[in-house]
Design a protein around this ligand. Structure first.
Ligand SMILES: Nc1ncnc2c1ncn2[C@@H]1O[C@H](COP(=O)(O)OP(=O)(O)OP(=O)(O)O)[C@@H](O)[C@H]1O
Ligand SMILES: [Mg+2]
Length: 418
């Protein structure tokens, strides 16, 4: 379900915005209007929907219109044209009182630098949004405590802001927004002022929180890595307009414009791409019931020195190694039962590839990708290393697929590379 819908939003600063808007509608090019009229075209014809429970990231360079756009959603800025819908309600037609109500109950905002009251405790700062709503004192304290716990600040309730680090202050800001219990969070560069380590901690924490709370979040950032890490979907903004909306993977694999392609050049792909996106069809496997002789045949045909052993529906049982299979045949054994190694390291399809290297280093087999017990794919180490180094542009996005040839084969020189 759509929680937020933006329909053809414009925000124009300067003299006579309506007139400027009409000129744009009549087809005047953006740049000409900018030059001739000196108008600031901050947001131009932006439409998108944010689904319930989604983290929707708007990203773009400084001045591209991100803050203006997000402020148009709760009408901190009055859009020059267009419609904003939240929960099917037309926000653009609300009167002042209704708007205040909306901001107090439904839509909270977290800024890059927001003011904490210096003489109030962390708990009081956190409960501030509820105080404005004139909630009962006991309710405020309870909800503020819960919110502080969610952001990992339990035990800090009675401190004052100057006793906190920058990261902790930012957490109080987040807790304040969470305490109000509104289901929409608008976060404008909320983590941008933090140093990199704390920033990635906060990003991880937001993802954890989101798993529990299922808010609908519009997150503004100019950092593509942050956008890719957090965003269920990402909108890329340029000069007031949106160039592309898509998942991180859509954008990495199929950048819609040269601008987007240039943008993604130096993204940290390892945090974005998942095991599922680079896995290949497994071929070096054998059904457990087939036995040792069939295993030798399969290894010879595929020129590999180990196989995955699977059951019905390709359920992953384990692996079988060449020398042990040969011994089993010599002993006249009819099953693989005695030689299967059951403790195979595997990964899930949605594991980011940054987390695959460690698991992959543990084994000389391609990394098995397992979903509900079934072997759904394998990632040969070369494939993983290539993916970590991949840098596509608009024209060669598909070309790196050609590197994927020996699907699923097991490294022949097992044991020699360390
Ligand atoms: N209140 C205002 N009055 C006039 N111009 C404004 C106002 N607010 C923003 N602008 C202009 O609108 C354009 C978009 O600004 P905005 O702050 O939305 O960009 P941004 O993408 O958030 O940038 P940053 O990454 O630096 O925060 C800029 O040219 C800015 O100067
Ligand atoms: Mg901004």
């Amino acid at each position: 379900m759509n929680k937020i819908e933006l329909l053809n939003i414009y925000k124009i600063f300067g003299k006579n915005p309506k007139r400027v808007y009409e000129m744009l509608q009549a087809g005047a090019p953006d740049d000409e209007v900018r030059e001739r009229l000196g108008a600031v075209l901050a947001v131009l014809d932006v439409s998108f929907e944010v689904k319930e429970g989604e983290i929707f990231v708007v990203m773009g360079l400084s001045g591209s219109g991100k803050s203006t756009l997000v402020r148009s959603i709760n009408r901190l800025y009055e859009p020059t044209a267009g419609t904003v819908m939240i929960d099917g309600m037309d926000v653009t037609s609300l009167n002042t009182k209704e708007l205040r109500e909306l901001r107090a109950r439904k839509v909270s905002m977290v800024f890059q630098h927001f003011a904490l009251f210096p003489h109030r405790t962390v708990l009081e700062n956190t409960g501030w949004g509820l105080e404005v709503k004139k909630e009962e004192k006991a309710t405020i304290a309870k909800r503020a405590r819960e919110a502080l716990k969610l952001v990992g600040l339990d035990g800090w309730e009675d401190k004052v802001p100057e006793q906190l680090s920058g990261g902790m202050k930012q957490r109080v800001g987040l807790a304040r927004a969470l305490a109000t219990d509104s289901d929409v969070l608008l976060m404008d560069e909320a983590f941008s002022a933090l140093d990199p380590l704390i920033r990635s901690e906060m990003q991880e924490q937001l993802i954890d929180l989101q798993d529990k709370m299922h808010k609908t979040i519009v997150f503004i950032t100019h950092d593509l890595n942050e956008a890719m890490y957090l965003g269920d979907r990402i909108a890329i903004m340029k000069s007031g307009r949106i160039d592309q909306v898509g998942t991180a993977e859509d954008i990495l694999r199929h950048p819609a414009t040269e601008y987007v392609a240039a943008f993604i050049q130096d993204v940290d792909r390892s945090r974005v791409l998942t095991a599922a996106s680079i896995m290949e069809e497994p071929i070096a496997y054998i059904l457990a019931r087939e036995g040792p002789s069939a295993a030798i045949k399969a290894m010879r045909e595929r020129q590999v020195s180990a196989l995955f052993v699977v059951g019905p529906e390709r359920r992953l049982y384990g692996t079988a190694l060449d020398e042990e299979v040969i011994k089993a045949v010599r002993k006249g054994e009819s099953t693989l039962d005695n030689i299967v190694h059951y403790d195979v390291p595997f990964v899930e399809p949605d594991t980011p590839i940054s987390e695959l290297l460690v698991t992959s280093a543990e084994s000389h087999l391609p990394l098995p990708v397992v979903e509900n017990g079934r072997l759904i794919g394998v990632i040969p180490r070369v494939k993983l290393l290539m993916a970590l180094g991949e840098t596509p542009s608009v024209n060669n996005i598909e070309s790196n697929k050609e590197g994927a040839t020996d699907s699923g084969t097991v490294e022949e020189k097992r044991g020699e590379e360390d």
